[in-house]
Design a protein. Sequence first.
Length: 391
Amino acid sequence: MIYRYLFFFYLGQMRINRLKLRYFRNHIDTEVEFAPHLNLITGPNGAGKTNVIDAIHYLCMSRSFVASSDQYVANNEEKYFMIEGDFEGEIRQSFKVSCSYSRGEGKKIFVNDSPLSRLSDLIGMVPVVVMSPEDLKLTAEGPAERRSFLDSMISQISPKYLRDLIKFRHIRKQRNKLLQEFRGPREILEGYLEPWNLQLTETGSRLIAKRAEVLERFKRYLEFQYQSISELKLKPGLRYQTITDQTEDEDDIRETYMQQLEENSEKEMDREQTLIGPHRDEVVFYLDDMELRNYGSQGQHRLFSMALKMAQLFYYSDQLDDLPIMLLDDIFGNLDQQKVSVIMKTLTKHSGQTFITSAAEKPFLESQFKDHVTNRWFRVEDGQIATKAET
């Protein structure tokens, strides 16, 4: 059933109640308690607003959504950082997640003070959706951006998919190494590749089938959210391009996959890399019959990328027992008041916990944060955070 999120606080809610930061960018020693519904974080550029929600993202996904490497996150004067959060949900009623990083030792994740053996074990424990200006890459840049979005989205709701994705990447890496380093006759190389081909097609076929299944359902959410945000009659759409059009049956996918590997074996040996598989898939976005990437205006790209993330939020809401946490990073700067009002109205109806950063204190946001029990307004300056009432 779609859109059961309309019943306020009807579902279980995943939320973070307290966040503690040590030497995390410009936050030297910060501790803050959040409201269960809407949390607005304002302050001048460079004050540390985004750092707060990026720290939440670390505790959900084990990585930053802003920085490309952990080493760029630690405060310039220190060699480590620490993040700690107290969470509450329906399945896990109360638990603590912490992340520590030190240059030389790397990153460690702890749940209730017990270290995780694999960082991937964190994914899906606290479902999260991020909306930021960087989302324009999803529609405007190459296929890798859309594959990354799709993999991340599915991995948070399907541990099996995440395991298959990690396994597939390992198999492809080893297969590529064989293609690059083998120097004997090609007929011998073909024999060495055979067991890798079996593993590649077995795992890759499951990834393709799951992607196709999720995208088929996701279309409805995307259409609803785009038309709600844009208030235009253009119909959004997407098409999944993979090794076959027959994506309903894994056996059919596997058979086609193996056939294409055989047909392209010479080309792969020449180029010394794996050329066939889900790592080459594409998701094409449309507005009516227009391919968005090639013909969409900047405004259409912005609205479409926002609709993607809102659709992800509500898709999760229907798929998971706990409503996800939503992080919106400075998305209101280039939107008119009407679009902001539509987004805020939708977020107000959604009973999950939401964080919004904004450089400007926009008057039309103020009315949402008068209730300090379910909603809270924070002000950040020079790495210090306090509620609006305290400032």
